[in-house]
Ligand binder design. Structure first.
Ligand code: NAI
Length: 304
């Protein structure tokens, strides 16, 4: 059995003042990491609030004998992202691990979502992940080592009613993570993405109709269940890159995006018409024999 250790490692966890981020930060620190606890505090919409959220987690880590420092910047601006990463560089001298976890929520029926509710979600989840990951990636590349974990959502990949802004923002995280993974691998930076489901204040804010059809049998929904996967992906033990993992109701499972073998028109045949598509739609939709391409180029290369 292997022991996941972070001795000598420096980690940044964004949105670590509460919920999942707090659990991730505590576990990384318990296993030896020096951790930057980023959180602007505040309510679920992402409005600025009490910086004490980050301080309380730092205090707990220190009380347990660990090493941590607080940062209160918002991930939602380039300057904020830079300052978060510079906190790690200035205080601990490097960045080995980045857990992009900060997130907000402003649910509403699709046509009710205001421009503000759309911008705010894109700013925090997807632009925020850019703002922190760019400077962190540069520091990791210079060191030839890094582990990055993005926090997406099943809502972003599979859909969830009244969360168009949230799902679109999380959808952007998948795209971002794919490219960071491809560009990072040659530099020893491995990047993976989680789709968590856990009880936090964010989950408690969901309306009952959003969970219609969900099983009601008791299941593990503790933040620590998510942390187990995050800590593994953030460790040297993990050698996988550009992967997605769902952690929900006690089940840990890889998620993938695949492409069907489909219907192929070779160059010696005429350009397809809408009628051809109608004729071959069953074959186009048939997932039997699907492939899981590792990049855009790998997807194109599948076609003979
Ligand atoms: P939470 O609301 O308890 O934690 C989010 C933290 O991010 C808060 O402490 C908040 O102050 C902080 N934050 C918000 N905006 C920020 C900003 N601009 N800069 C820095 N910090 C900011 O919610 P939870 O559940 O712990 O969420 C953590 C992550 O997991 C989020 O990205 C969320 O979207 C994602 N997630 C959670 C799920 C769940 O079931 N709880 C499901 C799918 C995804």
């Amino acid at each position: 059995m292997s022991a996941v250790s972070f001795e000598g490692r420096v980690a940044i966890v964004t949105g670590a003042g509460g919920g999942l981020g707090r659990a991730h930060a505590l576990e990384l620190a318990r296993r030896g990491a020096q951790v930057v606890i980023n959180d602007l505090g505040g309510d679920m919409t992402g409005a600025h609030g009490a910086v004490t959220m980050a301080d309380e987690v730092v205090e707990q880590i220190r009380a347990e004998g660990g090493i941590a420092v607080a940062n209160y910047d918002s991930v939602a601006t380039p300057d904020g992202g830079r300052r978060i990463v510079h906190t790690a560089l200035d205080v601990f001298g490097k960045v080995d691990i980045l857990v992009n976890n900060a997130g907000n929520i402003r649910n509403g029926a699709f046509t009710d979502l205001t421009p503000g509710a759309i911008d705010s979600l894109l700013d925090v989840h997807v632009k925020g992940a850019f703002h922190v990951t760019q400077p962190a990636f540069a520091a990791m590349r210079d060191n030839g080592y890094g582990r990055i974990v993005f926090t997406a959502s099943a809502a972003g990949l599979f859909g969830s009613i009244h969360q168009a802004n949230y799902a679109a923002a999380k959808g952007g995280v998948f795209g971002l993570a794919n490219v960071v993974a491809l560009e990072g691998a040659p530099h020893g930076i491995l990047t993976n993405t989680i789709l968590p489901a856990a009880l936090s204040r964010m989950a408690a804010d969901m309306a009952p109709e959003q969970f219609a059809g969900m099983p009601t049998t008791p299941a593990h929904m503790e933040p620590e269940m998510i942390t187990a996967m995050v800590a593994y992906l953030a460790s040297e033990e993990n050698t996988h890159n550009r992967e997605l993992y769902s952690i929900a109701r006690g089940r840990y499972g890889r998620v993938f995006m695949g492409v069907a073998p489909g219907w192929h028109v070779s160059v010696d045949q005429p350009v397809a018409t809408p009628d051809d598509v109608a004729e071959h739609i069953d074959r186009i939709r048939d997932l039997d024999g699907y492939a899981v391409p590792e990049s855009m180029v790998a997807e194109f290369a599948l076609v003979p």
